[in-house]
Design a protein. Structure first.
Length: 172
């Protein structure tokens, strides 16, 4: 069974590409021209979001290097421990909302310090897979499509993140 899944995972992308190209050809579309046009638009979008991405990465780096995350962890840790959430995961939780790559480096630190199969390692793993980089995603997507009023997006994203955090605690 596992061999079938490995084979399927190796074939899924080529099959998907073949289906898309075949559908385009059957619809008499200029598949390659459309691909190049889409790639050009993608590069324009990447160039537009680069300053936002760089700003977020610098901000997270400053927060980490300044010791602010450790200070937040100690401050919030006393509160989170009462609810069964380990204070060691507070920095990961905060950073995860801003940067996936910075959160990944914190996750690796947790693995190295406590182990991948430890309770902290398992909670952190589930939390990483059930939460999103809220502020990065909102800034990039909304800036790209020029949305000014986000309405309930932030509130909904924070509630979803909280649900992911709670699930990570309850499941482990």
């Amino acid at each position: 069974m596992q061999q079938i899944l490995w084979t399927l995972s190796d074939l899924i992308i080529p099959i998907l590409i073949a289906v898309i190209v075949t559908a385009g050809l059957l619809a008499r579309q200029k598949v390659y021209t459309d691909f190049v046009s889409g790639a050009k638009d993608g590069l324009k979008t990447a160039a537009e979001i680069l300053p936002t991405l760089a700003g977020l990465m610098v901000a997270v780096g400053i927060l980490r290097a300044s010791g602010f995350l450790d200070w937040i962890a100690s401050l919030l840790g006393a509160i989170t421990e009462r609810f069964g959430f380990p204070s060691q995961l507070v920095p990961l939780t905060v950073v995860r909302m801003f940067s996936s790559s910075a959160a990944l480096s914190l996750l690796i630190d947790i693995y190295q310090q406590y182990g991948t199969d430890s309770r902290l390692g398992l909670i952190a793993s589930v939390m990483m897979s059930s939460s999103e980089t809220i502020f990065y995603t909102m800034s990039v997507y909304f800036m790209t499509v020029k949305i000014k009023k986000t309405r309930w997006t932030l509130a909904g994203a924070l509630v979803a993140t909280l649900a992911g955090i709670i699930a990570s605690i309850l499941l482990i």
